[in-house]
Design a protein around this ligand. Structure first.
Ligand SMILES: *Cc1c(COP(=O)(O)O)cnc(C)c1O
Length: 401
């Protein structure tokens, strides 16, 4: 009998009841704007910032309107301006080079390894070739974390300020340090498909007092920064408050209310994702002609998605695999598709971030297959998905031999 999977790859879990209650309370009192506070009230947004600062061990935290907004605010805060080259991953999502291009700055794309991380040899070479580049915007794309020990040393040597895009690593660690805490600023997204869901939203963390003050002013604090709970003291704003433009992108109390109980469940959700990821990995181990990305010992990742490589397969065979999996209910995203589809974007589709061809990245993306793993899937669902993929991979492999 041919097994078919019937789950939905885009169905996230419901918001915890506690979050629904907190959201209803905000709706009932009507003070949705973060600075609209009753006497003695802190507000859900300021409390969320305090919670997330504690979770990441950061001195300061700012909640904003989206992950993409967080990236732009971080770049502005470190002083990136028009014409500046900014190093970043070639393998990432469009909002990352987009945040750089939106400032009139120039994304300088770096090659990708078969572990789906930034290629550190290529990073060193490009940093040396472009000594005027001052910033690395590092994207932990699909939750794969590069060797942060070597990367941090490389940034120090090259004088690069590190900004981390942690859209896929909220809750992850490298050698015990939370992802987002290796550089000057960590940026997170709370958009529906990430690790906490408020529809839209973003978070920024830093230990740097001046960067925190700049980002708070940029986000549109209307000089009400004393109403924050994870912000620098008022003196830190004195010399900046007239200089930073207001580029409104605040979070509101409704979304913050939904997020707070999700953050307190992040460790449990991560454990649930790990079980699902490992079930898929175990099921696909040894399937012919494919490779699974190695996950280093130091990497404590959140398995909210799964990737494997069909390296050097002819495109027609990959297309056949995607089509056959789809008829059995398994939605694979292929990064080698000639046209940009949904969330799968490839660097040569970004006309706003022109780059010379990157042969190592091209080879990886041409063979890269990707799946979401929503927590609405059971561990058995993941084992079933692995069986379906194994059968189709084996049959295509045998036909090609
Ligand atoms: C989703 C995402 C972002 C941006 O987040 P939004 O909240 O959608 O703006 C940035 N980087 C990566 C890798 C993402 O997947």
């Amino acid at each position: 009998m041919t097994e078919v999977f019937t789950g939905s790859f885009t169905q996230q879990e419901a918001i915890p009841e506690e979050g629904i209650e907190a959201a209803l309370a905000v709706l009932r009192h009507g003070r949705l704007h973060r600075y609209n506070l009753a006497e003695g009230e802190f507000g859900e947004t300021a409390l969320l910032e305090q919670d997330f600062a504690a979770l990441t061990g950061a001195r300061y935290c700012l909640a904003v309107a989206s992950g993409g907004y967080a990236l732009g605010a971080a770049l502005r805060a470190v002083g990136v301006g028009p014409g500046d080259p900014v190093l970043t991953n070639a393998f990432t999502l469009a909002p990352v080079p987009g945040a750089i291009a939106a400032l009139g700055a120039q994304p300088v794309l770096v090659e990708t390894t078969e572990a789906l991380t930034i290629d550190l040899d290529d990073l060193a070479a490009r940093a040396a070739a472009r000594p005027e580049a001052r910033v690395l915007m590092l994207s932990h794309m699909r939750g794969h974390i590069a060797d942060m020990d070597r990367l941090s040393a490389l940034c120090r040597e090259a004088g690069l300020t590190l900004i981390e895009d942690c859209a896929h690593t909220m809750g992850a660690h490298w050698r015990g340090t939370p992802s987002g805490r290796h550089g000057a600023i960590g940026c997170y997204s709370t958009q529906t498909y990430k690790h906490a869901n408020s529809g839209e939203g973003g978070l920024l963390v830093t230990d740097d007092t001046e960067l925190a003050a700049r980002m708070i002013l940029l986000s549109g604090s209307y000089m009400l920064y004393e109403r924050h709970l994870a912000a620098p003291p008022p003196e830190a704003f004195a010399s900046l408050r007239r200089d930073m433009p207001n580029i409104s992108g605040r979070m509101d109390n409704l979304r913050a209310a939904i997020l707070r109980p999700q953050l307190s469940r992040l460790a449990d959700r991560k454990a649930a994702w790990a079980e699902r990821y490992r079930a898929l990995e175990a099921g696909l181990w040894g399937a012919p002609g494919i490779t699974l990305p190695l996950r280093p010992e130091a990497e404590d990742f959140v398995g909210s998605s799964f990737q494997f490589l069909a390296l050097d397969w002819p495109p027609a065979r990959i297309q056949a695999l995607v089509a056959r999996a789809k008829t059995r209910g398994v939605e694979l995203k292929w990064f080698g598709a000639p046209e940009p589809l949904a969330f799968t974007s490839r660097y040569d589709h970004w006309a706003f971030a022109p780059s010379a061809p990157l042969p190592r990245t091209d080879r990886v993306l041409a063979g890269l297959l990707d799946m979401r793993l929503p927590l609405t899937f059971s561990v058995d669902d993941c084992a079933l998905i692995a069986r379906i993929l194994c059968e189709e991979i084996a049959s295509l492999h045998a036909a090609a031999a």
